[in-house]
Design a protein around this ligand. Structure first.
Ligand code: PEP
Ligand code: MG
Length: 581
C-alpha cells in the first residue's frame, strides 16, 4: 500500500520528481571524549589536518559552481570557509582540547552546542536558521576527523537521477549533488527559509523539507515520488498512482517546452487587453533570466542584496555601477529600483545600523530605517538619480505607512536634485517615483498616495502579513497565509480602484502576482501590470492569454459583494469559467 510522508514542499519550477532513494546517512562517530594529556598535541595536529582537508574540499566545490549560478550560492560556501577560521568555533575547540584533554571531535561538538544554543535563543526566525551553518561546518570537519571520512558515502556514489534522503544537507553537498544530476532532495530538518531550501529553489531541484525520521522510514533503493507542490513523499506506490505521476512529469516537461514558444507572442488577453508582465530581480545576474523569459521590464529590483555578506556599506559609486550594469543588460526596457528594505526578514551584518528590535517586522525597517539614517539612504538616492540619466529608471519606496514618509522622501529627492544640478551631475528630472502598498494603512490611503506618487505597486507578501497578523517567516503560522482572504482581496481591490480613479498606474510585485492560480482574479480586479520571479513569467503569460478580461471583470463585480461568505475555491472556480479550455 502507498505510504505517504509529509513536509514542506520547495518547488523551483519542477513540481515532481521520481527516482530511487539514496540514503545519505553520515552521523559522525564520536570516540570517547577523554584523551591522555600527552596525546593533546597530536589531537591539535589532527584538528588542523582535518580543517585543511575540509577547506580544500570546500574550495574544490566552490570551483565547480556552474557559470551563471546566482552569486549568493558561492557566498554560502565563502561563509563556511570563513567559519573554519573563525575563533568562536575553531579556536574555542582548540582551547577545549588543551584545557580539558578531550578529543577534537568532542571539542567541536561541545562548541557547536554552545553556539547553537545562542542561535536558538535569537528572536529572528531567519537568523535562527543560521544555526544550520554551524552544524554544517562542524559536521564537515568531523567527517575529516573520522577514519571513515576519507571514504565519504558521497565520494564515488552514482547519484544521477536519485532522490537524496538526508538528515540535513550542507550548501556544498547541495551544489555537488546538483552537478551530479540528482532528481530531488528529502531532508529531515529545516523549513522553507533554510539554506538547503533557498539553494534547492534557486538550483531548480524539487525538495521536501522537514520530513521527520525520513532516514528511518525510507529504504535505500526504493522508488520514491517527490511531490514538491504538496510537500509529499510517496513510496510503495500502487502501479496506477505511479503511472499517474509518470504521466504528470511527462506532461509537465512537454508543457515547459511548449511555454518557450510564448516568449515572442504578444502579451495580450484572449479579448485583446494588453497586460504588462515584468520581472522581479534579486541579483543583477537575474537580468539574463528576465530577458530569456520575455520580461517587458523590471517591476521590482530588491537592492538589499547589495548590502549582504559584507562588512562595509556600498557607496554611491558602487550603487551606480551596479544599476548601470543592470540597465545595460535590460537594453532599453524599464528598471524599477526599490530603495533599501532592510530589517525584519532582510538582515545585514553589523554595519552600525540596528534595525532589529523585539518585533522586527513592526520595527525600524525599510523606509523608516532609511529616513533615520541618511548615511545609509542618501548615497542610494543619488545613485538612482544618476542612473536615471542612462536609461528608463523608476524609484520605488518600500513599506510606506503614511503620507509623512512620502513627503520626507520627496523632500530628500528634491534636495538631492538641487545639489546635483549645482554639481553639474546629470539625472532625469521626470524619473517616476512610486510607492509600495504593503501596509493596510497605505492600502486604505491609496487615493491620497496615488495623487502624490507616479505609480503604486502592491507588495502582497507584506500586505498579507500585516493584514492577517501573521509573521511571514514563522512556519508555525504559515497555514494562515492566505492571499484569498476576503480582507486581502478587498484591500487589493480598494488600491486598484483608487489608483485607477486617479489614473495612476498600479501593479503588483508580491509572490501572488507570479502564481498563475491568481491571474484571472487579479485581471478581473483591474490589474494590468504584474511583476514576478522570471521563472513564472511564461506560466502566467500562458494563463493570462486564455483569459477573457471583460468577462472576468463582470463576474468579479457580481462576486465582490458576496466575498465574505464565499469559499476561496468557489471564487476561483467561478472565474475559471472566463478562461478558454
Ligand atoms: C512584498 O512584500 O510583497 C514584496 C514584494 O517585498 P518583499 O517580499 O521584498 O518584502
Ligand atoms: Mg515587502
Amino acid at each position: 500500500m502507498t505510504l505517504a510522508l509529509h513536509g514542506v514542499g520547495i518547488d523551483g519550477s519542477r513540481p515532481v520528481a521520481i527516482g530511487e532513494a539514496f540514503m545519505l546517512n553520515r552521523e559522525p562517530v564520536l570516540a570517547p571524549a577523554q584523551i591522555p594529556a600527552h596525546q593533546v598535541p597530536v589531537e591539535l595536529d589532527r584538528l588542523d589536518a582535518a580543517l585543511a582537508c575540509a577547506r580544500r574540499h570546500l574550495e574544490e566545490v566552490r570551483g565547480q559552481i556552474p557559470v551563471g549560478t546566482p552569486k549568493h550560492i558561492a557566498e554560502f560556501i565563502d561563509a563556511h570557509l570563513l567559519m573554519m577560521t573563525d575563533s568562536a568555533l575553531v579556536d574555542a575547540a582548540r582551547d577545549l582540547i588543551r584545557e580539558r584533554s578531550v578529543n577534537a571531535s568532542w571539542a567541536l561538538q561541545a562548541q557547536r552546542d554552545t553556539l547553537v544554543e545562542i542561535f536558538d535563543r535569537m528572536e529572528d526566525a531567519y537568523l535562527r536558521t543560521r544555526r544550520d551553518d554551524v552544524d554544517h561546518v562542524v559536521r564537515q570537519i568531523q567527517l575529516f576527523l573520522d577514519a571513515e571520512a576519507h571514504t565519504d558515502v558521497l565520494a564515488d556514489a552514482d547519484v544521477a537521477g536519485r532522490v537524496i534522503v538526508a538528515e540535513d544537507l550542507t550548501p556544498a553537498d547541495t551544489i555537488l549533488l546538483r552537478n551530479r544530476g540528482v532528481a530531488a532532495f528529502i531532508v529531515e530538518h529545516g523549513g522553507p527559509m533554510s539554506h538547503t531550501a533557498i539553494l534547492a529553489r534557486s538550483l531548480d531541484i524539487p525538495a521536501v523539507m522537514g520530513v521527520h525520521r525520513a532516514l528511518q522510514r525510507l529504504r535505500e533503493g526504493e522508488l520514491l515520488v517527490v511531490d514538491a507542490e504538496t510537500g509529499t513523499v510517496l513510496t510503495e506506490l500502487e502501479p496506477a498512482l505511479l503511472e499517474h505521476y509518470r504521466a504528470r512529469l511527462a506532461s509537465f516537461d512537454a508543457h515547459r517546452r511548449d511555454l518557450r514558444r510564448l516568449v515572442r507572442e504578444p502579451s495580450v488577453s484572449r479579448d485583446g487587453v494588453p497586460v504588462v508582465l515584468l520581472a522581479n530581480l534579486e541579483l543583477p545576474e537575474d537580468v539574463t533570466a528576465a530577458r530569456d523569459n520575455g520580461a517587458a521590464g523590471v517591476g521590482l529590483y530588491r537592492t538589499e542584496f547589495l548590502y549582504m555578506n559584507r562588512d562595509t556599506l556600498p557607496d554611491e559609486d558602487e550603487h551606480l555601477a551596479t544599476y548601470l550594469g543592470i540597465i545595460r543588460g535590460l537594453d532599453g526596457i524599464p528598471l524599477t529600483i526599490r530603495t533599501l528594505d532592510l530589517g525584519a526578514d532582510k538582515q545585514i551584518p553589523d554595519t552600525g545600523f540596528h534595525p532589529t528590535r523585539s518585533n522586527p517586522a513592526l520595527g525600524l525597517r525599510a523606509i523608516r530605517l532609511c529616513l533615520q539614517e541618511p548615511a545609509l539612504f542618501l548615497p542610494q538616492l543619488r545613485a538612482i538619480l544618476r542612473a536615471s540619466a542612462h536609461g528608463p529608471v523608476r524609484l520605488m519606496i518600500p513599506m510606506i505607512s503614511g503620507m509623512a514618509e512620502v513627503n520626507a522622501v520627496l523632500g530628500l529627492i528634491a534636495e538631492a536634485r538641487r545639489d546635483m544640478r549645482r554639481e553639474g551631475v546629470a539625472f532625469d528630472p521626470l524619473m517616476p517615483i512610486g510607492g509600495m502598498i504593503e501596509v493596510p494603512a497605505a492600502a486604505l490611503m491609496a487615493g491620497a498616495l496615488a495623487r502624490r506618487l507616479d505609480f503604486l505597486s502592491i507588495g502582497t507578501n507584506d500586505l498579507i502579513q500585516y493584514t492577517l497578523a501573521i509573521d511571514r517567516v514563522d512556519d508555525t503560522v504559515s497555514y494562515l497565509f492566505d492571499p484569498l482572504h476576503p480582507a486581502v482581496i478587498r484591500l487589493i481591490k480598494h488600491v486598484i480602484d483608487a489608483a485607477t480613479a486617479m489614473r495612476t498606474p498600479v501593479s503588483m510585485c508580491g509572490e501572488m502576482a507570479g502564481d498563475p492560480r491568481y491571474t484571472p482574479l487579479l485581471l478581473g480586479l483591474g490589474l494590468r501590470e504584474l511583476s514576478m520571479q522570471p521563472g513564472s513569467l511564461l506560466e502566467v503569460k500562458h494563463r493570462m492569454r486564455r483569459c477573457d478580461v471583460g468577462a472576468l471583470t463582470r463576474t468579479l463585480s457580481d462576486l465582490v459583494a458576496r466575498l465574505d461568505d464565499m469559499p476561496a475555491r468557489a471564487l476561483l472556480d467561478a472565474l475559471e469559467a472566463c478562461l478558454d479550455d
